[in-house]
Design a protein around this ligand. Structure first.
Ligand SMILES: [Zn+2]
Length: 137
């Protein structure tokens, strides 16, 4: 029966079986040359060149939305493509950076102290020049 046949599905032969797509696809054991890719979800044969995983991704996306969802998540983890999760992480990191920056070195205070300790000097002139420019704007 169909249930027994499921056990006979084998993964793709070869040294470059790194694509996670083979989590959902395999080959019939009887198909020694592995010419026909079999979808593990419904056990339907897919006509594709065995070397190309593009069609397999396409099949999963079109026919099995649930599996495609899992696949997408796994791909995002391994490939590191843009994802909603990643955006969240970036936002958090930015917040942390801004928080630690304002906490560590209050810029105005720092420059004021610099002014007091160096009554004369080119650096002070530069600072006041910048301040004037900013005020003019
Ligand atoms: Zn399928």
């Amino acid at each position: 029966m169909a249930a027994a046949q499921t056990e006979e599905l084998v993964t793709r032969k070869g040294t470059h079986v790194t694509s996670i797509i083979w989590k959902w696809f395999g080959f019939d054991k009887a198909d020694v040359e592995q010419t026909t890719v079999v979808c593990k979800v419904f056990r339907n044969a897919i006509k594709t060149k065995s070397s190309s995983t593009t069609n397999l991704f396409q099949h999963l996306r079109q026919k099995h939305p649930t599996e495609w969802e899992q696949c997408s998540q796994l791909r995002e983890c391994s490939v590191g493509s843009t994802s909603k999760d990643k955006h969240d992480h970036a936002g958090k990191r930015q917040q942390t950076l801004a928080a630690s920056f304002s906490k560590a070195v209050p810029y105005d205070k720092c420059s004021a102290r610099w002014k007091q300790k160096n009554e004369s000097g080119v650096s002070i002139l530069k600072v006041s020049a910048v301040q004037t420019t900013n005020a003019a704007k």
